[in-house]
Design a protein around this ligand. Sequence first.
Ligand code: PMP
Length: 277
Amino acid sequence: MILIDDRFLPESEASVSYMDRGYYFGDGIYEVFRIYNGQLYEKPAHYERLIRTAREVKMRLPAPIETIDDRLTELLERSGVRNGILYVQITRGVAPRSHAFPPAETKPVLLAYCNELERPVGKMQSGISAITLPDIRWLRCDLKTLNLLGSVLAKQEAAEAGADDVILHRDGIVTECSASNLMIVKDGEVSTHPADHLILHGITRAVVLRLAEENGIPAHEIAFSLEALRQADEVFLTGTTMELFPIVTIDGVSVGGGQPGPVTRKLQAAFEKTIPI
Ligand code: PMP
C-alpha cells in the first residue's frame, strides 16, 4: 500500500512522473517515523522537523499538517504494520527540468509507505564497527532533504571496508554518522555535536539527551575532535530505526574493550521504557 498525494494505491499501481523534481534535483524533503505497536513514536517532533525543513527550503506542503497527519494515520492503519517504519517524502512537484522553482501552481508530490522492521536488538547488544571519513556533505545538514549522495558515498565506503557505519568529521571535528547522530562518553559524561547546520537535529538524539538529564548523566552539546573520539570510554549512535547502537570498533581499533559500556546500556534501558506498549 502506497500513499501518493491523497490516493492509496497497491504497489503495482504506484508511480511518479519522470519530471518529478525529486528525481531530477533531489528537490524534496522527507521523514522516517518509527512505528512501535501500531503507533508513531515522537510524532509531533517529526512533524515539527518536516515543517521546519519545508520552510527552510521554501517548499509549501501539499496540505495542512493536520490533513497530512490524517492521511498518514490512515496509511498506517491500512498497512497493518505494528512494528516498523513510516517513510514520507514530499517533492517540489512535476515540471520541466529547470533549476529555479517551478510555477507557483505546481503541486508538491507526497509519497508515503510503511514497512515492517523489528527492533535491531542484536546490534543494540553487540555493537557495531565504524570507520572515520571526511564529511563532504553540504552546509545545511540540519535539513532532512533528499540530497543524500554524501551519505550514500560514505556508507558505501564503509561497506567496502567491511565496517557497519561511518563517523564523519569536518577538519577533525566529529559531526555525526551517515544516517544517525553520534555521542561519546568520557568519565561518565556524554558529549554530542551541537544542533547547528552541520548535523541533522535527530529526534532520537533529543530523546537521549532528555533521558541523560532524567538519569543524572551529565550531557553536553559541544563539538569534539577525532582525538577525543579515539580516547572516549564509550561511543554510540542514535537514530530512529537503530535507537542506540554502541560503536565498539573505530578504524579497526576497539573502543572501551570492544564491549558496550555502562552509560550506553543505561541509556538504552531508559530508551526502551519510552517505547509505547
Ligand atoms: N543524522 C542523519 C544524517 C540522519 O540521516 C538521521 C536519520 N534520519 C539522524 C541523524 C538521526 O535522526 P533521527 O533520530 O531523527 O532518526
